[in-house]
Design a protein around this ligand. Structure first.
Ligand SMILES: [Zn+2]
Ligand SMILES: [Zn+2]
Length: 278
C-alpha cells in the first residue's frame, strides 16, 4: 500500500510539473475545477476499494499462492519467466477489458465517465466511475486466480499500470522523434490522446494502457488524430454540460444519463453523425 501510494504521488507530481513546464494543448475548461473534482473522484474510489477489496490485487495473489491455484502453480517455471508472462497476460486482459467496456452498452455507460472529460491531462488517467473500478478489480482478480500470477509480478504490474496511466494521459509535449521511438515500448500521451477524440472511429482505437503492442497486433492501432493534436476535440459529442462532465455529482451520475444502447456494437444508426449525437 505504501509503495503504491508513494509511487502514485511521485508520478502524479512529476507529470503535473511536466504539464506546467511543457504543455501540449491549452485547456478548454477550468483546470482548478477539473483537478478538484477528478481528484475527489479518486478519493471516493480509493475509500470504496479499501472497503470492498481491502487486500487488493496483491492480496488476491498472496491468497492464490497459499492455495497453490492457477497455471503457474501447476507448471513450475523459473520465477522470472512466470513473472514476465504474468505481467504480459494481465496487460492483455486489461486491453481486452477496455475493448469490452467500449463495446457493451451498459459498460460503456460506466466508461463514459473517463471519456466525458473535456480536457486530457494527468488527472484524466485516474478518473473512473467507482462501478467501473469494481468491475475492473473483479476481472483482474479472476485473471490472477487463473494464472496463479506470482505476488511480485502482480505488484510490479500494479505499479506499472498506475504509472503508465498517469504518463499516457499527460498533457505534455515531447519531441516527435522521441514519441516515435517510445511508442514501440509504451503507450505515449500522443498515442492515447487519439482514444479520447469525440470522433467514434478515433475513440475506438488505441485501447492499450500500458504496452502498445496489443493495438498493433489486434488491428486497433491509429497513428494520429485526423484534426491533429492541437485542433482535435476531446470528450463525448453530447456530454459538454460542465455540471455533468466536470463536477463530482455529475461524474457519478453519468452512467445513468440518457437512453440505453445509443452507442457501441448494437447501435441502430450507423450513419455518420449529422449533428451532435452519441
Ligand atoms: Zn476508453
Ligand atoms: Zn484514457
Amino acid at each position: 500500500m505504501q509503495i503504491r501510494l508513494g509511487s502514485f504521488f511521485a508520478v502524479l507530481v512529476g507529470m503535473a510539473l511536466w504539464e506546467v513546464l511543457a504543455p501540449r494543448r491549452s485547456p478548454v475548461s477550468s483546470r482548478a475545477v477539473r483537478w478538484a473534482n477528478n481528484l475527489a473522484l479518486v478519493a471516493v474510489n480509493t475509500l470504496l476499494l479499501r472497503l470492498v477489496f481491502p487486500a487488493a490485487a496483491v492480496g488476491v495473489a498472496i491468497f492464490v499462492d497459499q492455495q497453490g491455484w492457477g497455471l503457474f502453480n501447476y507448471y513450475r517455471l523459473p520465477g522470472v519467466v512466470s513473472g514476465v508472462l504474468s505481467v504480459l497476460a494481465l496487460d492483455l486482459v486489461i486491453y481486452l477489458q477496455h475493448v469490452m467496456v467500449h463495446a457493451v452498452p451498459l459498460l460503456w455507460r460506466l466508461h463514459r465517465v473517463h471519456h466525458a472529460d473535456v480536457d486530457f491531462d494527468v488527472t484524466t488517467g485516474i478518473r473512473f466511475h467507482p462501478f467501473e473500478i469494481l468491475v475492473s478489480m473483479l476481472i483482474k482478480a479472476a485473471a490472477i486466480v487463473v494464472l496463479g500470477a506470482p505476488v511480485a509480478a502482480v505488484l510490479v504490474f500494479e505499479l506499472l499500470l498506475n504509472a503508465s496511466s498517469l504518463f499516457n494521459h499527460g498533457n505534455v509535449r515531447m519531441p516527435v522523434k522521441v514519441d516515435r521511438v517510445l511508442r514501440w515500448l509504451v503507450v505515449t500521451p500522443d498515442m492515447h490522446r487519439v482514444h479520447h477524440s469525440v470522433e467514434d472511429d478515433e475513440t475506438n482505437s488505441n485501447f492499450g494502457f500500458n504496452l502498445p503492442w496489443w493495438d498493433r497486433l489486434f488491428g486497433t492501432y491509429r497513428d494520429q488524430p485526423r484534426a491533429g493534436h492541437l485542433a482535435m476535440t476531446i470528450g463525448i459529442h453530447t456530454f459538454n454540460e460542465p455540471r455533468l462532465v466536470a463536477w463530482l455529482p455529475g461524474l457519478l451520475m453519468i452512467p445513468f444519463v440518457g437512453r440505453i444502447s445509443d452507442y457501441t456494437i448494437n447501435r441502430r444508426n450507423w450513419e455518420p453523425p449529422a449533428g451532435p449525437q452519441r
